[in-house]
Write a protein that binds this ligand. Structure first.
Ligand SMILES: Cc1cc2nc3c(=O)[nH]c(=O)nc-3n(C[C@H](O)[C@H](O)[C@H](O)COP(=O)(O)O)c2cc1C
Length: 301
């Protein structure tokens, strides 16, 4: 009998699919709902030091193959987020996603998430539409190394770094995470994008730039995970355009030990995890894979 259990960067999961940061994880109750729908863990919405309103509308729309968003990291700030963690943590594993502008700020936020009962920390080093954060810190390997090593020095739970696809030096950034003691990397965040209204002759998003997610980005994510697997020893978590068991299997065979699902919760509904889990298990049994581990990186061999 095959098993869906997996181990990634110091975390054991009964089920390999997690809710990706930013979708159905802004509140404690939505996180609990996702545990009930077959998510092995939930990554929280990325939280910063102070409350943040995010960008003005329009900041989200459907496009062919997915969504674009320029939410601008709206969140209540780390102190108020304790209320959401108090609701969710007794029901399952919550990975605390945080963003900041300096190693000190990341360390402070990680310490709070650990106090609130997070199972691991996910460092958002990759948002393409939040000025001063995300991609702006996450495309400099030196800065990435300093953030990871500062956070590793201030918490005792595992630390994962979520990377951007919007760079040509992704393997170098992955190595910076590994060299600084990071426990896992997560790839990918959204692809930097833009949509224009011909009638108004202007970008539609109030922020002009946005991030593309959904099935359109899957081949980019699979390639990113494959590249990272070629240079890293630490585990990789795959995310980007997963909505079926086949998508999840592609990421695992590229090198991911677990995966996250975001946009497909919107396009396919909250049962998406159950469908992926059932399909993956049936595939593994038919093709003789007894565990997720036995499939990880299979496409490299
Ligand atoms: C509406 C929305 C909000 C998001 N917010 C965050 C966030 O706060 N932090 C983060 O690291 N990623 C965020 N993301 C990126 C997702 O976690 C994920 O990396 C990306 O959407 C690709 O996965 P998907 O194609 O399954 O959605 C967001 C994505 C969407 C669509």
């Amino acid at each position: 009998m095959a098993t869906l259990e997996t181990d990634i960067g110091g975390v054991h999961l009964e089920l390999p699919g997690m809710v990706a940061s930013g979708i159905m994880d802004e509140t404690g109750h939505s996180m609990v709902r996702m545990f009930e729908c077959g998510a092995g863990a939930v990554v929280s919405k990325s939280v910063g030091s102070v409350p943040k309103g995010g960008h003005a509308n329009p900041c989200f729309m459907e496009v062919a193959g997915g969504y674009v968003n320029a939410m601008g990291l709206p969140n209540p700030g780390i102190d108020l987020f304790k209320e959401e963690m108090d609701v969710a943590v007794p029901h399952g594993k919550v990975i605390g996603s945080i963003y900041g502008a300096s190693p000190e700020e990341f360390s402070h936020l990680a310490g709070k998430m650990e106090d609130y009962g997070a199972t691991a920390i996910e460092l958002n080093l990759s948002c393409p539409h939040a000025k001063g954060y995300g991609m702006e810190v996450g495309t400099d390997p030196k800065m990435v190394g300093s953030i990871v090593s500062a956070v590793k020095g201030s918490v005792s739970i595992p630390v994962w770094a979520k990377l951007t696809p919007n760079t040509h030096i992704l393997p170098e950034i992955g190595r910076a995470v590994q060299d600084a003691g990071g426990d896992a990397v997560v790839a990918i965040n959204t692809l930097k994008a833009m949509v224009i209204s011909p009638e108004f002759a202007r970008p539609i998003m109030s922020n002009k730039f946005c991030g593309l997610s959904g099935s359109a980005v899957k081949p980019v994510g699979v390639r990113a995970v494959y590249d990272l697997r070629s240079v890293l020893d630490i585990p990789i978590i795959g995310v980007g355009g997963i909505s079926t068991w086949r998508d999840a299997a592609e990421y695992i065979m590229a090198g991911a030990s677990a995966f996250q699902v975001g946009s497909a919760i919107g396009t396919d509904g909250v049962d998406v995890f159950k469908r992926i889990n059932d399909g993956l298990l049936a595939f593994m049994e038919e093709y003789g894979y007894d565990s997720i581990t036995s499939m990880v990186g299979a496409a490299h061999e």
